[in-house]
Every structure is written in C-alpha cells, then in structure tokens.
Design a protein around this ligand. Structure first.
Ligand SMILES: NC(=O)c1ccc[n+]([C@@H]2O[C@H](COP(=O)([O-])OP(=O)(O)OC[C@H]3O[C@@H](n4cnc5c(N)ncnc54)[C@H](O)[C@@H]3O)[C@@H](O)[C@H]2O)c1
Length: 285
C-alpha cells in the first residue's frame, strides 16, 4: 500500500484588521499554548483585554507576558484547574475586580486524551471527563450571573469535528467531551436567550497547534505518553488521506480563531445555539 501523502499546513497567519473588541473583556481558557493562546491573541488584536486561564502556571505566565507585549492590551493571567470547584468562580471574581465586566467567555481548555475505549484505565477515564466536561460547565455557571445582570454575554465553546466524523481513539475526548459541548451549547443557549447572551460552538478538525507563536515548544511529557496511542497519528493520517471531502491539510490556528472571534463579538447578535465546523470541509452540514 503506497504511503499516504504528508499533510502540510499553509505557512501563513490570517491577519485581522477588525476592531470588534474595543473596550471589551474576554476570558479564554486553556490559553497557555496551542489554539487557546492564538484565540487570546486574536481577541487582543481586536482590542479586548484578556483573562487568560490555564492549569500550567509557568507557561501561562510566560504566554501572558508575550501577549501583553505583543498587543498592548491588559492581560490578567489566572492559573488553576478549572475542573475543580471554586476555581472558575475565583477567576470570574478576579476578572471583575480587575476589569469591571466580562463580555466573552471562550471555553477552550480540554485534555487531549486519545485512546481506544478498551485501553482506558479508570483513572484516565475520570480525568478525561473531568478535564473535558467539568471545565466548561463550571466556567459557564461562574460567568452567567454577571452576564445575566448586564443583559449581555457571548459564550463560545470549542468542540472538535471528531464528535461527528466517527474518528477512532476519540470516544472520551470527542464522543463524551465534545458531544457534551454540542448539547450544552444548544440547551444553555435556549436557557439564556432572553438575557442577551448567546452560546455557540466552533469545531476544528486537525490544527497545527505548534504554530501558536509560543517561543518554546510544548513541554515534553505535558501530554503523557499514555494519553495518545502510539498508533494514533499513523491511523489518523491514513484516515485523512483517504477522505474524499476536505482541504487535505491541517488548519492554521488563526483560521479557527477567526470563527471564534465572530461568535464572541457583538456582531454575532442574532446567532445562538449554533455549531460551526472550522475544519476545512471534513464534515459538511
Ligand atoms: N489540536 C487539534 O488538532 C484539535 C482538534 C479539534 C479540537 N481541538 C480542541 O481545541 C482546543 C485546544 O486544543 P489544543 O490543541 O490547543 O490543546 P492543548 O492541549 O495544546 O491546549 C489545551 C490547554 O488547556 C489547558 N487545560 C487543560 N485542562 C485544564 C484545566 N482543567 N484547567 C485549566 N486549563 C486546562 C492545558 O494546560 C492546555 O494549555 C481543545 O478544546 C481541543 O479539544 C483541538
């Protein structure tokens, strides 16, 4: 069987000239690296002050410093495990103390644990649910009282196309984690629609997350070896090469951040409870 072609990322960054976030404040979770860092930079480039949260304290602090220098916006770094009770509440309190209001919450933090279901230990299974479901739920619950009081809010959940393409190794991450993002997006959107709050979801396919602009690559062992099956990348590459739809490459993270920036902005005023695949056409409608 011939080797599948290597997928390459376009070597470009999608720049923006929009300023939709002037005077606005956005929380971005999982902002120490990868897509979260790029989303934070995009919203800051559009004028937002940023509350950047992540469980990786040192990496977050470095990322926040770089964001501040690169964009001249105010950046508040809040370190902690958002899946634990009280951490998201504390983050919201600190954001309000610092900035006085919150306009946008981007629920990006997740644990990319990709194994076949039969290979999950009890501990990893619990971890996958905790870091892919509880983070988002707790952040939404923490920020809503303020948004309801103001009569304005934008919540953007980061999904992942694997929940609807049936990708192997994704039962916990996408089936449970992202599947719950989809359900939560619709039901919460319905619950808060009368308060001027919108809730939407953006699903990436594969992303070139090393293109996050961070000066240092992700720390070795951050994704522990047990978290991703050794066969994973090979199998996923084969599956991607055999696909008849799609652009046949990974996304540059700025291409996903552009979709998030729309949903999180005041412009997306009449769009709620929606799911958008920012995934180069690997799934269509
Ligand atoms: N990378 C991809 O190809 C891809 C594809 C589809 C969807 N996604 C989704 O995009 C998002 C970002 O992915 P990424 O590749 O940048 O991942 P990543 O692992 O590089 O970044 C995730 C960040 O979330 C943080 N985090 C995890 N659990 C946390 C917790 N409990 N509390 C606080 N912070 C926590 C991590 O420390 C990390 O910095 C995720 O929601 C992911 O599921 C990624």
């Amino acid at each position: 069987m011939p080797e599948p072609p290597t997928l390459t990322t376009l070597p470009f960054v999608q720049p923006t000239h929009c300023r939709r976030y002037e005077g606005r404040v956005a929380i971005v979770t999982g902002a120490a690296q990868g897509l979260g860092l790029v989303i934070a930079r995009r919203l800051a480039e559009e004028g937002a002050d940023i509350v950047a949260c992540d469980i990786q304290e040192q990496r977050l602090s470095r990322a926040a410093g770089e964001l501040q220098d690169g964009t001249n916006q105010r950046i508040l770094a809040v370190a902690g495990d958002l899946s634990e009770p009280g951490v998201a509440d504390d983050m919201v309190r600190r954001a309000l103390d610092e900035f006085g209001h919150i306009d946008t919450l981007v629920n990006n933090a997740a644990a990319l644990i990709r194994l076949k279901l039969v290979d999950f230990t009890e501990e990893l299974m619990q971890q996958a649910v905790k870091w892919n479901v509880w983070n988002t739920l707790r952040c939404c619950k923490a920020v809503l009282p303020h948004m309801i009081e103001r009569g304005f809010g934008r919540i953007v959940n980061i999904g992942g196309e694997a929940w609807r393409t049936g990708a192997p190794y994704h039962t916990l991450l996408a089936g449970i984690g992202k599947g719950s993002m989809i359900g939560l997006t619709a039901t919460l959107a319905g619950e808060v629609v009368r308060h001027g709050i919108t809730v939407n979801c953006v699903s990436p396919g594969g992303i070139e997350t090393e293109a996050d602009g961070a000066k240092e690559p992700a720390p070795p062992g951050f994704r522990e070896p047990g978290w991703t099956d050794p066969q994973f990348f090979e199998d996923m590459r084969r599956a991607a090469a055999g696909r008849v739809t799609g652009m046949g490459r990974l996304a540059h993270p700025t291409e996903v951040a552009a979709a998030v920036a729309f949903f999180g902005s005041p412009e997306a005023a009449f769009v709620t409870g929606q799911h958008l695949g920012a995934s180069g056409g690997i799934a269509m409608l």
